[in-house]
Design a binder for this molecule. Structure first.
Ligand code: GLA
Length: 407
């Protein structure tokens, strides 16, 4: 990881100097991506989630300017060149491409009365595969918030950074996401997952203890676009189900129900599709609570079985998987050294996460990879990943604020 930091830092130093000139006052920062172990599509239904931050994520070199210009360059999208904009032009627009994410965060800081009185030059370099569903956008949001906090000396904590990130994604970028991704990125801890109650944001770190096992991520390489996919539609279906249920039982969100209560009241939901969506939300929440209890007791095998049940539920009832994710999960279940496998994130593409015994990892990659290629027609990618910490300063900026006018 240290060597990855060094590599990314050196690359960013070089690119920043090339794009924006001398390096005085430049800080280098990092915020992680995330993988969710269990608890999918529960975070906007008043349920629990169990993600961890990853050791991969997004890096940036950033410094203040002495005017109101905002200049962004991404080493992941070199063909797009430098995006130039200003603090007076914080309006979402497709022409600003990926910079709508950092701009959304800047906009949200200002909306919340944090004073940002000068522009910035920022170069980004991420090592999360694009569009993999490992939250490159949430990591970019947390990274931007973290940079603003450092450059402008704001005092908010990391949970506030997560809420700002979610707010910016909801209101600036038009995706009605829950809090999971931003929370996981902002609050990550090495070798631990985060058991989060999305109702009141109470949380607990749970050690992963994957001795002799690896977290294997398999990427469908199918691009998914949360914003124009069925994500927002799923939210609406759950809201509709909740409204119907509230006529029969006094609840505030789907996560308030146990599975038994759901079975008792489910007929109040008039639309059968909405009923299926709500069933997933309720059962998945209860499954997540149980899974964490089981993991704490050390029964990783049972935890793996619950991962499988969770996948079946998002596939059949929530219908956010598709042949690519289903093939990866179903092929994984056939490998004896694989304890559990399920899709992770919003769905419709992206990745599965599997717990695989060390000695079975190669077999897993070969067999799942071959079956996927045969059925889907193009290859999947595999990564071995670890739970990592939250955002951090990789290289402290050197000058004091009052010196910046001399840049
Ligand atoms: C996306 C969203 C999250 C969450 C997951 C599904 O990653 O950003 O808030 O809803 O999908 O669990």
């Amino acid at each position: 990881m240290i060597s990855e930091d060094r590599k990314m830092k050196e690359a960013l130093n070089r690119e920043f100097a090339r794009q924006f000139g001398p390096m005085d006052g430049v800080g280098i920062y990092f915020a992680p991506g995330r993988v969710n172990l269990i608890g999918e599509h529960t975070d906007y239904n008043g349920g629990h989630v169990f993600p961890c931050a990853l050791t991969i994520g997004t890096y940036a070199a950033a410094r203040k300017r002495n005017d109101r210009k905002l200049r962004f360059y991404s080493m992941n999208f070199p063909d797009e060149g430098v995006y130039e904009s200003s603090l007076d032009d914080l309006v979402p627009d497709e022409k600003y491409g990926w910079t709508n994410y950092p701009k959304g965060v800047i906009f949200t800081f200002i909306k919340r009365n944090h004073i940002i009185d000068c522009g910035m030059d920022i170069v980004i370099f991420g090592n999360i595969p694009n569009g993999s569903g490992l939250s490159s956008s949430a990591s970019l949001e947390i990274l931007t918030g973290f940079i603003l906090r450092d450059l402008f000396g704001f005092g908010m904590d990391n949970i506030e950074l997560a809420l700002i990130g979610q707010d910016s994604e909801n209101s600036y970028n038009g995706v009605s996401c829950g809090i999971m991704d931003q929370f996981a990125s902002a609050m990550g801890r090495e070798d631990q997952a985060i058991f989060l109650d999305t109702v009141d944001l109470s949380y607990e770190y749970v050690p992963l203890n994957l001795k002799g096992m690896k977290l294997v991520i398999a990427n469908t390489n199918k691009k998914h676009k949360l914003a124009d996919s069925a994500y927002n539609e799923r939210r609406r279906e759950c809201e509709k189900a909740l409204k119907d249920l509230q006529k029969a039982v006094n609840i505030r969100q789907l996560g308030d129900l146990t599975c038994q209560e759901f079975e008792q009241y489910k007929d109040a939901i008039s639309d059968p599709v909405c009923r299926k969506r709500a069933k997933h939300a309720v059962y998945e929440n209860q499954r997540t609570i149980e899974a964490v209890k089981i993991l704490k007791s050390g029964d990783i095998y049972r935890f793996g079985q619950l991962m499988k049940e969770a996948h079946i539920s998002v596939s059949r009832d929530y219908q956010v998987t598709g042949p690519e994710l289903d093939t990866l999960a179903e092929e994984a279940w056939k490998i004896p050294g694989c304890l559990g496998s399920r899709m992770t994130g919003g769905g419709f593409g992206g990745c599965t996460v599997s717990i695989v015994k060390d000695e079975a990892v190669e077999e897993f990659k070969e067999r799942v990879g071959a079956a996927y290629l045969k059925k889907i027609g193009y290859p999947a990618d595999f990564y071995i990943l670890e739970a990592g910490g939250g955002p951090r300063i990789v290289k402290q900026r050197k000058i004091k604020d009052e010196d910046r006018k001399e840049i």
